[in-house]
Design a protein around this ligand. Structure first.
Ligand code: CUA
Length: 316
């Protein structure tokens, strides 16, 4: 059977929008390329050697034509730019109600952590019809998370959180690729995204060995690595309290402010001297090498879960 589709499945809300832009660009290129090809052939026949065509080259200066070929392409180019930029903005701004899933890339696999506790490798299960936001980072080199059927891709960088969002519109299994050359086994660093109905997804989340939720796992690490010794409510050491921290603006010792987002928490754990909270001594040790990126993401989830509580150390 003939099965060689020109484009992958359109399985997310972005897919049709991105395809429309692609087809418009293709159409526009053809609009200019076809007349050029046609004229090349036409003129080479008309002005071939020995033909009786008129070669007198009379002077002509059509001002309207000259203005038109400057203004029209300008309008077309700016139109395409605006269209693509709007699409790009939409792709870079996950909706506030999106379901967050953490992704850690390492040579050569994708590790996925769901907030409820399920973890998976080289697979990503998501519910249909709901915006999904991926918070991604790399344990080693630069990778790139890409799902062609959703028309989304984004670099995954060490020491930085990047996000990507999509809303699946079709159930089924779709290919997931690493799109950045990352070493020997780059070509097999991929997997499947499985889009399920909302009820199937709920069931799937509660299947198999049940891990603690990410926040609960983070809370355990918080005790295990002695974070609570300084940041806990009854700690002897003077360290900033983390309750209600997430999403707030934090004053720093150099007089500037920083938003306490996932990146700030990540950096405070790995590079504690990068941003010192105002009024506190720079005594926190770095946990780089002791905590893996997935563990840092669990701590981030734990600190997020403290956002609305005044009491530290209680069950999230
Ligand atoms: Cu990871 Cu290529």
């Amino acid at each position: 059977m003939w099965n060689f589709p020109l484009l992958p499945d359109q399985a997310s809300t972005h897919a049709t929008q991105v395809d429309r832009l692609g087809i418009a660009l293709l159409g526009l290129s053809l609009m200019f390329a076809i007349p050029v090809c046609f004229l090349i052939v036409f003129f080479s026949i008309k002005y071939r050697r020995g033909s009786p065509a008129d070669r007198s080259n009379p002077p002509n200066n059509i001002l309207v034509l000259e203005w038109a070929w400057m203004i029209l392409p300008l309008i077309l180019a700016l139109g395409i730019f605006t269209w693509a930029a709007l699409l790009f903005f939409d792709l870079s701004r996950p909706p506030a109600n999106a379901l967050n899933i953490d992704v850690v890339a390492k040579q050569w696999m994708w590790k996925v952590q769901h907030a409820e506790g399920r973890a998976e490798i080289n697979e990503l299960h998501v519910p249909i019809g709901r915006p999904i936001k991926l918070t991604m980072t790399s344990q080693d080199v630069i990778h790139d998370f890409s799902v062609p059927a959703f028309r989304v891709k984004h670099d995954v960088l060490p020491n930085r959180y990047t996000t990507l969002w999509f809303q699946p519109t079709k159930t089924g299994t779709f290919h997931l690729f690493c799109m950045e050359y990352c070493g020997t086994d780059h070509s097999i660093m991929g997997g499947d995204v499985v889009v399920m109905s909302a009820t199937d997804f709920e069931q799937w989340l509660n299947m198999g060995t049940l891990n603690a939720s990410e926040a609960a796992a983070g809370q355990r690490l918080f005790r295990q690595y002695g974070c609570s010794g300084c940041h806990g409510p009854s700690a002897a050491v003077h360290a900033p309290s983390l309750a209600g921290l997430y999403g707030k603006s934090v004053p720093l010792s150099d007089g500037s402010f920083v938003l306490a987002d996932a990146q700030y928490i990540h950096d405070s754990i790995y590079l504690p001297n990068k941003q010192i909270a105002a009024g506190y001594p720079a005594i926190m040790p770095s946990f780089k090498g002791q905590l893996s990126e997935d563990q840092v993401l669990q701590l981030v989830e734990y600190i997020k879960s403290l956002a609305n509580s005044d009491t530290m150390g209680q069950q999230p």
